[in-house]
Design a protein around this ligand. Structure first.
Ligand code: HEM
Length: 137
């Protein structure tokens, strides 16, 4: 159905991943689940120990970053400038094991947050590209 201006509504797949996740509340829930799992699951102890003892700052930074990366507001860039993600990860030893733990933790978080399968597949590909690029060992 055209709207009052005669436009056709955008098909759902044209919405940004940020919108499809439910905006800031959805991204925050995904990030919180991701770090809860990292904190709780022994499988993720390897990457948990790279992080500070309290994860509050890590949660905020990943949330701010993902909002922009997923097509929403640029909270991270407004606060910190260019993400320079690879450089910012250089202090942490990231090899295949760390990349795969990060990915598995994010896949578990997307499953728990019931992210739509098509969107989760698409994000998995994008997350993998970024996680693999972060390897420095
Ligand atoms: C490949 C495995 C990865 C490991 C082991 C890892 C680990 C870490 C650690 C230990 C920190 C520091 C946390 C803190 O300062 O509180 C960090 C920061 C961060 N990570 Fe990762 N990370 C990985 C992949 C990723 C990916 C794929 C993304 C994005 C899609 C990402 C986004 C971020 C962001 C935005 C920060 C904050 C940077 C800053 O402002 O200092 N990380 N990561």
């Amino acid at each position: 159905m055209p709207d009052d201006a005669g436009r056709k509504p955008a098909p759902p797949e044209a919405a940004t991943p940020f919108m499809r996740l439910g905006g800031e509340a959805g991204v925050r829930a995904l990030v919180d689940r991701f770090y809860d799992l990292m904190d709780l699951e022994p499988t993720y102890a390897g990457i948990r120990r790279l992080h500070p003892s309290t994860l509050d700052g890590s949660r905020d930074k990943l949330f701010w970053f993902l909002c922009g990366w997923l097509g929403g507001p640029n909270h991270y860039i407004e606060r910190f400038g260019h993400p320079r993600l690879r450089a910012r990860h250089l202090p942490y030893a990231i090899g295949l094991a760390e990349r795969d733990q990060w990915m598995a933790c994010m896949m578990d978080a997307m499953r728990d947050e019931q992210v739509d399968t098509a969107l989760a597949d698409r994000l998995a590909e994008a997350f993998f590209g970024t996680a693999d690029w972060m390897r420095n060992r």
